[in-house]
Ligand binder design. Sequence first.
Ligand code: SF4
Length: 310
Amino acid sequence: MPFVRPEILRPPSEHASYYLPLTSGCSNNSCTFCGYCFTTLGLRDLEEVKQEIDAMSLYVNHGIWVQGHPEIVYAILQDWDGRRVFLQDGDALVYPYPKLLEALQYLNKKFPDIERIASYATPQDILRRTVAELKTLKEQKLGILYMGVESGDDEVLRRVKKNASHDEMVEAGRKVKEAGILLSVTVILGLGGIKGSARHVSETARILTETDPDYAGALTLTLIPETPIYKELERGEFELITPFDSLQELKGMVEQSTFTNCFFSSMHASNYFSIRGSMPKDKDKVLKQLNAILSRKDPRLLRPEYMRGL
Ligand code: SF4
């Protein structure tokens, strides 16, 4: 089957990157809240990846357009500063290791000034690799991995079909850091519902402490129609927390977690209120902001529903 280029879904910090697809969809297409649960994994032929890198090089170095490549390639290249590349798609680290290594080597050969290559990775993708393999990828400038943790609570992880446990994710995070690759994780406010909220907060704070990532981002659960969790809500089997309760959860996670040096934020468009800070330095400042908004409970201080995004 021909490879279908995925839509661009990337972390906010990759806004200036070139988006190079190695896969489409996600190998763990089971998470009940995620739009990728409707996808099946597609692996792009390595020769096709190399042809795109060749086309990138011809355009960047000689201004030549090569027939047969989609317009999006050239649209991205027009604004690309040549420094960062983000490997698509939902977990590009699943791309078979020898081919992944070859793709990165080829990219570096054609663009020796690239500073950092990034990818989403599931905990399973990371656990499948040895630290030595991850170090080899790091030598080829794989500089940051984005891993969705979602929750530290094993009960929530089982319910949302994450297919990874608290301890496995801690182990995956440890491997990434041991390889010298930056670790960025995301957690989802509200994923425990009303009943599971307190445990979701304490266990997520615990996993944040144990993984001790370089970056941690909080998102707020946003229901996508037709996803399994959306149907659970319709059947009354799952209850959404309120916007202010999501900030209460955020406060609990900030309060109860301990970091060595982590940039913690809730700047994603799904959140009702944005905080950001370097932890532990800014912990008190962030908690003061959250206490202030929680004591006023003024809905005008929240991002309106129509402005929230995935
Ligand atoms: S592993 Fe990540 S991208 Fe894949 S289905 Fe789960 S949340 Fe979505």
